[in-house]
Ligand binder design. Structure first.
Ligand SMILES: [Zn+2]
Length: 178
């Protein structure tokens, strides 16, 4: 019976699940991640990506009948585990960085709408912080829409930004009522 999941496939599954255990949400460096067969191999489950999920060691072994932690670990295994932990942590940080880059890009594209409208090449730090808050709580397109509306309606900086904030807060409160 072939159950081995290659390192490459393992990291593809981790990446798809954003390096978090699907059962408890833990991630590196706190958790050592493994690939879990949703439909167990013993019952005919295979290595199809649909059958594989990211699980931390604790969640994955918790459902297994073999308690591996009771098996003494050889030095080679220990080195292997350390290498695996480091590889997982590196890949996880790459994902965090990519997520941050995407957020920054979104942030500046909205600030650009505002700056272009008033012919500015800078924006107040506090305003940037407000846009970031809205991006955390609304979809990117909702925030773009609010800024486009505000800069169309208002003819000077402060009222336009106030209007933009008002629209965003209304959207946030509206979402909360659903
Ligand atoms: Zn877990």
């Amino acid at each position: 019976m072939r159950i081995q999941v290659s390192k490459r496939q393992r990291f593809e599954i981790f990446k798809r699940d954003e390096f978090a255990c699907v059962y408890c949400g833990s991630h590196p460096p706190d958790a050592l991640l493994e690939v879990d067969h949703v439909h167990p191999v013993a019952d005919g489950g295979d290595n199809d990506p649909d059958n594989l999920v990211t699980a931390c060691f604790a969640c994955n072994r918790g459902k297994s009948d073999v308690l591996l932690s009771s098996v003494p670990q050889s030095l080679a295994d220990k080195a292997e585990e350390t290498a695996e932990r480091e590889a997982q942590l590196r890949a996880y940080y790459e994902i965090l960085q990519a997520r941050k880059d995407r957020k920054d890009e979104e942030l500046w594209s909205i600030a650009d709408i505002y700056m272009e409208r008033f012919g500015d090449d800078s924006i107040l730090r506090a305003r940037l912080a407000s846009i970031r808050t809205f991006l955390d709580r609304l979809d990117y397109f909702e925030v773009v829409e609010a800024m486009e509306l505000a800069t169309r309606k208002m003819y000077s900086r402060a009222p336009a930004f106030r209007y933009f904030c008002g629209v965003c807060w209304r959207k946030i409160k509206g979402d909360g009522e659903q």
